[in-house]
Design a protein around this ligand. Structure first.
Ligand code: LMR
Length: 341
């Protein structure tokens, strides 16, 4: 080894040794939603646990509300190493070349959270994370938000009510097809721009779980919301792969444990957060909240189910089948346990 190489090696060791001792492993965690959402609160919980469990060797800096980056930019920032951790919604992985994540966007695919969690925590989740490996990204966990509701300035009861509506969507081709199947015009837009776009009439409406709707004050600019639960919005927590693999093993183990606990916390609060947000939307009285009737729901399903077939080749028929099998299994188990009671 040349002297210069040895010197650089010693220097690098010295710097990293110093950095660890001084608690200077910094994880910049960027996200686009408000702090008081399921994702925002879980990011805070992860920070607390990560700093505790590493004895202060790691510092987690959280940047909420698109403070650092908007949707697409944040993924690029993670890949380049400008930030270390994100939790984008799974509807945003397509532009990175991981279209299979759009499985979670398929309308009326997941009947309940139990099915979602089994799919995420099983082989499908593993397969999806394996897709990220070649993109310089490591998947750590799946976090919930919840089922999405439709909003706009006019009532949306039947499919015909969507005719010609300009609807903001996330960057997912499945969501584009979903809106088109309803007769609406989809428009991809960063989350941070939605409030203003709704206010100025650039778009007429959007879809989101109620926690996002309320914390972005969309109820101020949307007169109607339909509780349709037609699709799901959840997150994949991801890290820069080189950063993650470069961490000392004890630190990585502690962070893995912190993520596990933060994930349990997140999944526990997500539904409650959405319920609370709905109560606040109703109390604010700026948005009329409508429940779909069973017949209307069937009409929506009829219009939207063909989207599954349309995207089978992109997402993978095996992944879709796997969700359907899980749904059947869960339904069987639920029926059996209801019988016992
Ligand atoms: C959206 O863009 O509507 C959501 O993905 C925002 C989020 O991160 O929940």
């Amino acid at each position: 080894m040349k002297l210069r190489t040895v010197m650089m090696f010693v220097l690098a060791l010295g710097i990293s040794g110093f950095a660890h001792a001084a608690g200077e492993i910094v994880i910049k965690f960027s996200h686009v939603v408000a702090p008081d959402t399921p994702k925002g609160q879980a990011a805070e919980r992860f920070k607390l646990l990560a700093e505790q469990k590493t004895g202060g060797k790691v510092k987690v800096e959280i940047y909420p509300n698109s403070q650092l980056y908007k949707d697409r930019e944040e993924i690029e920032a993670l890949q380049s190493g400008a930030v270390q951790m994100l939790a984008p919604s799974m509807a945003k992985f397509g532009p990175m070349g991981a279209r299979e994540f759009e499985l979670f966007d398929l309308p009326f695919l997941f009947p309940n959270q139990e099915v979602l969690h089994r799919v995420m925590d099983g082989d499908v989740g593993k397969k999806l994370f394996a897709k990220l490996d070649t993109k310089g990204v490591t998947g750590l966990a799946f976090w919930d938000n919840g089922f999405k509701q439709m909003s706009s300035n006019k009532p949306m009861h039947t499919v015909a009510d969507f005719s010609g509506l300009k609807m903001r969507i996330q960057s997912s081709k499945v969501l584009g097809a979903q809106m088109k199947a309803l007769g609406a015009n989809p428009q991809v837009m960063a989350f941070s721009e939605v409030y203003t776009a709704l206010q100025q009439g650039v778009v007429d409406g959007t879809e989101n779980p109620v926690s996002n709707f309320y914390t972005q004050k969309m109820n101020e600019v949307q007169k109607h919301m339909t509780m349709s639960n037609h699709g799901y919005l959840g997150y994949a927590v991801i890290v820069n792969k080189a950063f993650w693999e470069g961490l000392p093993a004890d630190v990585r183990n502690a962070l893995t444990q912190a993520m596990k606990e933060a994930t349990a916390f997140e999944r526990d609060i997500a539904q409650r957060d959405n319920d609370d947000a709905l109560a606040k939307v109703i109390a604010a009285k700026t948005t009329t909240v409508y429940e779909l009737t069973p017949a209307e729901r069937i009409e929506w399903q009829k219009a939207l189910l063909p989207v599954h077939k349309e995207f089978e080749s992109v997402i993978g028929a095996d992944l879709i089948q796997s969700v359907n099998n899980t749904a059947d299994q869960v339904a069987k188990e639920q029926a059996a346990s209801a019988k016992k009671k």
